[in-house]
Every structure is written in C-alpha cells, then in structure tokens.
Design a binder for this molecule. Structure first.
Ligand code: NAD
Length: 478
C-alpha cells in the first residue's frame, strides 16, 4: 500500500513539515510502515495558533445556528465516509473493522449532540427587579486544543471537536503520534463541510508539542485524554499557565458478579468487555470480582474467551512494546500465584506474522495486592478476584485509585442499587460491562481517571468550552 502523507494543518493548508524529525507510523496488524509523522516544534504551533486566532474573529461572530449548519454537513460526511474512516482506524490502530465502524458511529452520535447545541444553549433571562433584566450568554473561549490517545483514533477526537467548534471556538488537535491518519481525514472532511480555514488545525508530534500546547499563551483551554500519569501532568502544566484544563486518565474497571446473575448474559458481556478493542479501552473490564460461589459463571466466561479468535473478532494491540508489556503482566501475575485459565500469550495470525497480538486471557486467584490487580494492563486480560460478599467486593473497587467505570451483574434490584450508590466510579453498569453513557449524558470518571471538573461530553462539556457573560439591562420607560 502506498504511504499516506501526514502533515500539519495550518490555516487550511497541509504543511508536510519538511525538515522536522519524523516517526514511523506502523500498522499493528502486520508491523508494516504506513506513514511517517512529523515531530512538530513550538514554531509550527505558533503558526497554527496565529491562524486559529485570526479565524476565531469571524467564526465566533456567527450565530450558533450558522455554525451548526457546517457541523450538520460534517455529520453527513462522517456517515458517507464511515467505511474509509473505519478502514484507517483498523489499519493504524489494529482493532477489527467492525470495531472501527462502531467508533465512527459514536463519533457521529457526539456530532449529532453538537448539532443540537443551538437548542441547548438558548439563553436564560430573568427580570431581576422591576424593569431590570439579567441575561446570560454562553461565549466561546478563543483558541482551544485537544490532545488525544491512540486507542480511539476517530471517537475520542470527536468527543471535543464538534462541540467546541459549534460553540464558536477555534480548535487545534494533537492526535496520538501512533494514529495520525484518521485525524488527517477528519481535517479534510471538516474543510469539505465548509468550515473556514484556520477554525480547525492539527499539529503532530509527541511529548514536546504537548508541552508547547500547555505553555502557549494563545491557547485558552486544553482537554487531554490518555494515561493517568500524563493526564495528571498535562492538567497541572496547562492549569499552571492559566488555562482551563480537563485531563481524562487511565482506568482499572471492576465488574462484580453475584451468584444470582444471568449466566449467559453475564459471561457474554464480561468477555466482550474484557476483549473488545483488544482490551485497549478505558472502559474495559479489568477485574471480575467473583462474589461467593460463581464458578459456573467464571467457567462460562472462560468458554466464551476460548471462542474469541485473534485476527477475526480480536484485533491487534498497538505495538510490539504493548504486546511485550501485556505478556509481562501475565507472566508476573502467574509467578505471584495467579492461575492462568485461558492463555493468550504467543498468539499469532497467519499471514500477519509481523503483527502484535495477544489472545484473550483469564487469570484466577488474583489477589487485590498483586500488580495485575492494581495497574492498568490495557490488553485483553481479565483478572478474577474472589470476594466473600458484596462489602468485600465494594471494598476492592473502592480501594482502586482509578474511578472510570464499575459494573454489577445480578438479578436483584436492591443489590444493584446499593452497588451503584457505593461504588466510587463515575460510570456504573448494571448488567452492562461497558457502561458508556450515550449522548446527551456526559462521559467522565472520578479520582485518578479524571483531573479537573466535569465530563468531556454532554451538558457539562458546554460549560467547559464556553464562559458565561451576564448582561443586566434597564431601559427607562416612556
Ligand atoms: P498516553 O498518555 O501515552 O498518550 C496520550 C497523548 O499524550 C498522546 O497524544 C501522546 O502523544 C501524548 N503524550 C504521551 N506521553 C506524554 C508525555 N510524557 N508528556 C506529554 N504528552 C505525552 O496514552 P495512550 O497510550 O495514547 O492511550 C492509552 C491511555 O489512554 C490508557 O491509559 C487509557 O485508559 C487512556 N484513555 C482514557 C480515556 C478516558 O476517557 N478516561 C479514554 C481513552 C483512553
């Protein structure tokens, strides 16, 4: 396949980034080189911010209805280009084509939410004393930026792009250097939808350009999605330079299974949660907390995990380093006393020998103290931790420093309700292992899974990407 060029999008033009150091973009499917990505410097960022600031003047002065028309057209382009986007996601991220299509569908859903913003931000007005009224306007912030991870090359950038631009901001995306190709097509489609030059820009690179974004005085707000240590440091650095900041971090999600749970539903759902997107989801099942005697369910989970076929319904992991790290986590857990019930180590796919694969893996007898129970593995690995009752299960969940998602499997409404009110995670599932809130409900975890205030999508994202202006008016009577 011919290499796909990746450059920076500055003022509506793709700048190839000549003279910049570059990294290879590898396909996890077979290890082939798809492209190279420039490691941009502060000079490229300066030019992107300057163009975005110039474009902001006209873009922010338009009515929100006018801006949303562009986003409507963009939504239709996303739909028409679903196959192309899904194919790029598949190639550069390694997930299956079906998973690629699913993430494009989610990107469309958030874009549709953005199209509804004119209704949502219709202002508040109140007569505060006789003849005096107070009105609240939602005003854009200026030039804003998003830094995104490798695991959802299409969906995660769409958590922010359509919402922030519909609200009148100019936007700079720094995609993961591991998956810049889907983002490149995003830039082309936005231009085809009629977005004026400069309103959307893209700068590529790694840590250096992220730090430049955090420090840049021309950027008003930064959202970040990625691992917890980087989320924490980006949040702190951006806030220290006076920016509004939101950092979504990593996760360790606990799925609590009770003896009365529906066996088939639970086994199917837990397995899908642990192995979907090769476990590279911040909402993936990491630990199955088995309460009491649920051996019949654990056994069915193992059978289901055994039916997952690498290269068919289980894609690749992002890199050789990720594969080796995941296998290392399994080795370490086994050495610490965990029993390997289903072993995905050494997985290969015929014809894709250079690819990076780990098969579905289930470990039993994991204790909360083991590293595998505490650290984010980010692979198709499920650790079964035994608990004698709900209190102990909740204690395990609550002691995790993360707080993205937690789920319970039971037929008992009262137990489910109690779990939902006592677990310390931002997104709770009841008989649902990937409890992603659909729009208009916002996506956001707690504790070390989120730094800053609010959700990254939904109603709270409107507050993040705008500031309120309060206008108090009195007009003398006749
Ligand atoms: P990552 O933290 O390595 O990288 C994310 C982004 O930060 C990339 O654009 C990368 O270029 C940049 N970056 C990497 N190291 C940096 C550094 N030291 N300083 C500044 N910038 C740096 O994350 P990843 O491996 O791309 O993605 C996987 C992680 O993202 C997992 O931990 C996953 O749980 C998390 N994630 C969280 C959510 C959420 O909403 N909470 C959603 C998706 C992914």
């Amino acid at each position: 396949m011919a290499q796909l060029p990746v450059g920076n999008l500055i003022n509506g033009q793709w700048d190839p980034g000549e003279g910049l150091e570059r990294l290879d973009v590898m396909s996890p499917l077979d290890g082939s080189v798809l492209s190279t990505v420039p490691l941009s410097t502060a000079a490229e960022l300066d030019r992107a911010v300057e163009a975005a600031a110039a474009a902001f003047v006209d873009w922010s002065a338009r009515t929100i209805r006018d801006r949303s028309q562009v986003v409507y057209r963009y939504r239709d382009l996303l739909e028409r280009h679903t196959d192309e986007l899904a194919e790029l996601v598949h190639l550069e991220n390694g997930k299956t084509l079906a998973e690629g299509r699913a993430e494009v569908a989610k990107a469309i859903e958030v874009t549709e939410f953005a199209c509804s913003l004119p209704q949502m931000v219709a202002g508040e007005v109140l007569e505060v004393s006789p003849g005096v009224e107070c009105r609240v306007d939602r005003c854009p912030l200026g030039v804003v930026a998003s830094i995104t991870p490798f695991n959802f090359p299409c969906m995660v950038p769409h958590w922010t792009i359509p919402i922030a631009i519909t609200l009148g901001n100019s936007f700079i995306l720094k995609p993961s250097e591991q998956v810049p190709l889907t983002a490149r097509l995003t830039g082309d489609l936005l231009a085809r939808a009629g977005l004026p030059d400069g309103v959307f820009g893209m700068v590529n690179g790694d840590r250096g350009i992220v730090e430049a974004i955090c420090d840049h005085p021309g950027i008003a707000a930064v959202s970040f999605v990625g691992s917890t240590p980087v989320a924490r440091s980006v949040y702190a650095r951006a806030a220290a330079s006076g920016k509004r900041a939101l950092g979504m971090g990593g996760a360790k999600n606990h799925l609590v299974v009770l003896p009365d749970a529906d066996v088939e539903l639970t086994a199917e759902n837990v397995t899908e949660s642990a192995t979907g997107c090769a476990g590279q989801r911040c909402m993936a099942a990491a630990s199955l907390v088995a309460v009491g005697d649920v051996d019949h369910i654990v056994q069915r989970v193992c059978e289901k995990a055994g039916e997952v076929v690498v290269g068919q319904n289980l894609g690749a992991v992002i890199s050789a380093e990720a594969r080796d790290r995941i296998v290392g986590c399994i080795d370490e857990a086994e050495a610490a006393g965990a029993r390997v019930l289903v072993d995905g180590r050494g997985a290969t796919v015929d014809g894709c020998e250079g690819g990076y694969y780990v098969g579905a893996t289930v470990l039993d007898d994991v204790t909360p103290e083991m590293a595998i129970a505490q650290q984010e593995v980010f692979g198709p690995v499920l650790a079964v931790i035994r608990a004698s009752d709900m209190d102990e299960a909740l204690d395990i969940e609550r002691r995790s420093p993360f707080g993205n998602a937690a789920a319970i499997y039971t037929r008992d409404g009262g137990t489910a309700r109690e779990f939902a009110s006592r677990a310390t995670s931002g997104m709770i599932g009841v008989n649902i292992g990937v409890p992603v809130p659909r729009e208009p409900f916002g996506f956001g975890g707690w504790n070390d899974s989120r730094f800053g205030v609010g959700n990254i999508t939904g109603e709270e994202s409107v507050a993040f990407w705008t500031q309120s202006r309060k206008v108090t008016s009195r007009w003398p009577g006749e």
